[in-house]
Design a protein around this ligand. Sequence first.
Ligand code: HMG
Length: 362
Amino acid sequence: MFSAPTRSVLQRAGRLSARPRTYATTAAARERVRIVEVGPRDGLQNESAVIPPEVKAELVNRLTKAGMDIIESGSFVSPKWVPQMAGTAEVLKLMNRHHGLHYPVLVPNMKGLELLLDLLSEQSKSDVPYTDEIAVFTAATDAFAKANTNCTVAESLERLSVVAKRARSEGLRVRGYVSVVIDCPYSGKVDPTAVKSVSQALLDMGCYEVSLGDTVGTGNPTTVDRLLRTVIEGSGGIPGSKLAGHFHDTYGMAVANIFTALDHGVRTFDSAVGGLGGCPYSPGATGNVATEDVLYALRGSNYEAPGDLEAIAEVGTWISKMLRRPNASRVGRALEARRSREKLEKERENDGGSAESISAKL
Ligand SMILES: CC(C)(COP(=O)([O-])OP(=O)([O-])OC[C@H]1O[C@@H](n2cnc3c(N)ncnc32)[C@H](O)[C@@H]1OP(=O)([O-])[O-])[C@@H](O)C(=O)NCCC(=O)NCCSC(=O)C[C@@](C)(O)CC(=O)[O-]
């Protein structure tokens, strides 16, 4: 990406179009972007209230109806470490599953995989398997890996390679996560070359894709650009098509970071309806970029993504109410306000618009 002054010099010289690549005005052949909806997992793992499995399953069902096709639905982690994810097996049983859609779950170790395999061996009422994909996770720093999974990065890679091998032999797809790719809450700035080598190790063990997590949400387009240049370019570079962006929105930069990643060839992004979430072991970080914000930002661009924006926004309103928390999606709030205005206007029309009936409702 060019800096603003360089861009304007190149534009004047006619060597660069006036708009960056990602801001197209025509929708000729829009390129498909994959969205991994992580609300039911990343979104709910950090909530203080206990959320019944029925509500978690209902969230997955509503997201499916709203058009999301990859929905991370829970974790087989230790309930002592993340109590909110206890009962994921129950959630997978309760929710409606559909052919062609994916419902990945996080697995940190063999114990988690065995619990999942036990579930998969159970007779299900539906012919759609409970899941066909797991996600394994590690970090770019030992400090974070220890806080999150009680082992160093090297130990976690050793542990996960056994998990990935077994999962693949059982026909499961394996996705990888690297946390703290920009800053670590325990050890500060992260070296992009560490992110590159951990990502490569995950690919080498059979992950089909590695999601790069700005867990703390401190990244901005400059630091994300620097990271992706190191990871993607040069010898041993990992193609953007093998990477995903997972941007927490603590500093409001997540959408800008996604556009930076698009410019580097990344075409998969994780997001959470209503901007839910956070990692219990990343103090101060807020939720993931909101799915509503991503869909709105991609409108009119060269990229199209699954999901009906209005319908997703309604899911965001619903789950925020269920959790008794403000909707963290600005797009979601704006659409909610518009819906309320439209409802009022309709009622006004139906009531004949009398001044008393309008002021009674305001
Ligand atoms: C990895 C461990 C288990 C190590 O934790 P440990 O304490 O070292 O494990 P252990 O093997 O000593 O087991 C301790 C207890 O947990 C049980 N146990 C052990 N494993 C399991 C399991 N899978 N399922 C159910 N129970 C399990 C085990 O049986 C034992 O029970 P006890 O004998 O004391 O009764 C633990 O640290 C852990 O579960 N960590 C997960 C933390 C987590 O889920 N973090 C959030 C997800 S990552 C994230 O959010 C970041 C991401 C992906 O979104 C990207 C980004 O934003 O950066």
